[in-house]
Design a binder for this molecule. Structure first.
Ligand SMILES: NCc1[nH]cc(CCC(=O)O)c1CC(=O)O
Length: 313
């Protein structure tokens, strides 16, 4: 009888991230009852830094230390939100994305302070309402559709942002529906924003399981958790981001869905930070890589390269 397989799981130590890890552990246990899992929490440089992420080199600030631990053998599996994985560089050499979990809700939500009568929509908020968000994608779309509202830079894990909201630091915040659901706070949602008014980021609602490329045993174990449609959709979205060479400070929004006939639909927009320029594309294809490349090419023909590179990063 061989020793039970141990999988040490590396992830950020925020409540949302640890809730995500518990989903992975439960799905692994259901697929492989004999596997033992351990959680290794990390406070990443992105978690320690309260300023603008661009000063840390962007989104990699939430994944770098965990990827290093994976490569060093300190952990066997990294659990990341796809939204946190840089799109303008390949997956760290020596690692692979072994599975994408079935996608959760990919939309954003408006949240008001605890005790507020609630139920207000973005359109109903009074002019000058301070909206806490550091997402350039969200800020650009607010500027485009709700120029009367006032975005305010706002960082921290979801729980700390809600605490700061409730303490009156801002009047409202925008958070991912999937994140609120994972930390059991979806009752705080005042409005779920449809994708037309707030198009999501690449990888929204999706978790990725990353292993060492040579660790076939862990790759095989987690491959049981892969959701084929999420894999296709995320591949198309990340291909788009790769071709556009979008970085963490790029106001790029995109999401792929699977049509009834099995074709993938990919919608994508590139915004100038002030929301005055909106490049838009929507195409279909059965091949995820081809679709991501084609939609990116369409946006590049509309001037996406100039819009993206006009933004410091
Ligand atoms: N995708 C989850 C994620 N990735 C990075 C942060 C923190 C965001 C920040 O520090 O501004 C969060 C939210 C959370 O952990 O609750």
């Amino acid at each position: 009888m061989s020793d039970p397989q141990l999988i040490r799981i590396g992830a950020r130590s925020s409540p949302m991230s640890l809730a995500q890890v518990e989903r992975v552990r439960a799905e692994l246990a259901a697929a492989h009852p004999g596997i033992v899992t351990e959680v290794v929490p990390f406070t990443t440089s992105g978690d320690r830094w309260s300023g603008a992420l661009v000063e840390l080199g962007g989104k990699g600030a939430f994944t770098r230390e965990i990827d290093e631990a994976l490569l060093s053998g300190a952990v066997d599996l990294a659990v990341h939100c796809v939204k946190d994985v840089p799109g303008d560089r390949p997956v760290p050499a020596g690692t692979v994305f072994a599975a994408y979990l079935k996608r959760d809700d990919l939309r954003d939500a408006l949240v008001l302070p605890a005790g507020h009568p609630g139920g207000l929509t973005l359109a109903e908020l009074p002019p000058g309402t301070r909206i806490g968000t550091s997402s350039v994608r969200r800020v650009a779309q607010l500027a485009q559709r709700y120029p009367q509202l006032e975005p305010v830079p706002f960082r921290g894990n979801a729980n700390s942002r809600l605490a700061k909201l409730d303490a009156g630091e801002v009047d409202a915040v925008l958070l991912a529906v999937s994140g609120l659901e994972r930390i059991g706070l979806s009752h705080r949602i005042s409005q779920v924003l449809d994708v037309e008014q707030m198009m999501p980021a690449v990888g929204s609602g999706t978790l990725v399981l990353q292993c060492r490329a040579e660790d076939q045993r862990s790759i095989e174990a987690v491959s049981a958790l892969n959701d084929a449609e999420t894999y296709r959709q995320t591949t198309a979205e990340r291909m788009l981001l790769h071709v556009l060479q979008g970085h963490c400070n790029s106001p790029i929004a995109a999401f792929a869905t699977t049509e009834f006939d099995g074709r993938l639909s990919l919608r994508a927009r590139v915004f100038s930070p002030d929301g005055k320029t909106v490049l838009d594309a929507h195409e279909w294809d059965r091949n995820a890589h081809a679709l991501g490349t084609s939609v990116a090419a369409t946006l590049l023909r509309q001037g996406a390269h100039e819009v993206i590179n006009a933004i410091p990063h």
